[in-house]
Design a protein around this ligand. Structure first.
Ligand code: C2E
Ligand code: MG
Ligand code: MG
Ligand code: MG
Length: 292
């Protein structure tokens, strides 16, 4: 009896595995066509300077996929793009499109605006990545200093001569590098000085707990201090309410990003916020004029 039920359980388990694998295969083949079918879109989330009245200084480009069966979250499809290698052409499209859009904003009165783009290690390790990047900048007219590439701790952990060289080539173009989701990976702290980094993005898990949880507050404070003292610009992710903002101001963190300012949105829907005609989504403003 026990044996029979064990068998049934195994059969159910392998059915689940199979349907999981089927699902994945379907996603992967749909993703293979998505670029050509124009199913990708970029949303942009403002990054704000928060000393005083919040002001938009940049935007982070975030990839969206409108598949046949609806909008698929990046956490579901980005890993498939990465494992299949499709992230290389898709990532190149993301770079070109975000540089083009940012340059268009710059030319319509938002000159200092910068754009921050997530970069996968597969892209970085493409031969000639820096050359491809340089030609996208030239083609779109975006100054290199208006572009930031966001990399993760796991990319730095593949601590090879290649990684260091590729990052140096990018930095040599004048493009800045940000370490994303800092504090969630297994990066050794020495890497903060070993690689040519300019910006530290504090993961939202720390920011979220900082005002209410003393331990998370201590960790956030330490990360802000560490980044600042190393001469890095520190950006807090995941600012959703005024206690988060108050905490960051108290701790001397000058830049922030999060739903409090704005959710990521299509370029067109960001115009009002960039022009200063609109208040941030869901914000309790306490009389402040935000984001301009
Ligand atoms: P990320 O680079 O850390 O991007 C920030 C994520 O946090 C975004 O999720 C954004 O919508 C979300 N977020 C922003 N503010 C808040 C907030 O106040 N509260 C909460 N709860 N969340 C907030 P999204 O757009 O779903 O992207 C998830 C991840 O997918 C990104 O994390 C990034 O790692 C990856 N990703 C997105 N676009 C690209 C891309 O073009 N290329 C690559 N390689 N990865 C990308
Ligand atoms: Mg990012
Ligand atoms: Mg992040
Ligand atoms: Mg994140």
């Amino acid at each position: 009896r026990a044996k029979a039920s064990g068998k049934a359980q195994f059969a159910r388990y392998s059915d689940e595995l199979r349907s999981h694998a089927d699902h994945r295969l379907r996603l992967e083949s749909a993703l293979g066509l998505a670029l050509r079918n124009g199913e990708f879109e970029l949303h942009y989330q403002p990054i704000c300077h928060i000393d005083g009245v919040p002001r938009v200084v940049g935007v982070e480009a975030l990839l969206r996929w409108h598949s046949d069966s609806g909008l698929v979250p990046p956490t579901e499809f980005i890993p498939i793009l990465e494992e299949s290698g499709l992230i290389v052409p898709v990532g190149e499209w993301v770079l070109r499109e975000s540089c083009r859009q940012t340059r268009a904003w710059q030319l319509t009165g938002h000159e200092p605006l910068y754009c921050s783009v997530n970069l996968s290690s597969r892209q970085l390790h493409q031969p000639e990545f820096a050359r491809c990047l340089a030609s996208i900048l030239e083609e779109t007219g975006l100054p290199p200093t208006s572009l930031i590439l966001e990399i993760t701790e796991s990319l730095l952990m593949q601590d090879t001569a290649d990684t260091l060289m590729s990052l140096r080539e990018i930095a040599a173009l004048g493009v800045r590098l940000a370490l994303d989701d800092f504090g969630t990976g297994y990066c050794s702290l020495g890497y903060l000085t070993r690689f040519p980094l300019h910006i530290l993005k504090v993961d939202r898990s720390f920011i979220d707990g900082a005002p209410s949880n003393p331990e998370l507050g201590t960790i956030s404070r330490a990360i802000i201090g560490l980044g600042t003292n190393l001469g890095l610009q520190v950006i807090a992710e995941g600012v959703e309410d005024t206690p988060h903002l108050d905490f960051l101001r108290t701790e001397g963190c000058s830049y922030a990003q999060g739903f409090w300012f704005s959710r990521p949105r299509p370029a067109k829907e960001l115009q009002g916020l960039l022009d200063g005609n609109e208040r941030p989504h869901g914000g309790n403003l306490n009389g402040e004029t935000p984001c301009k």
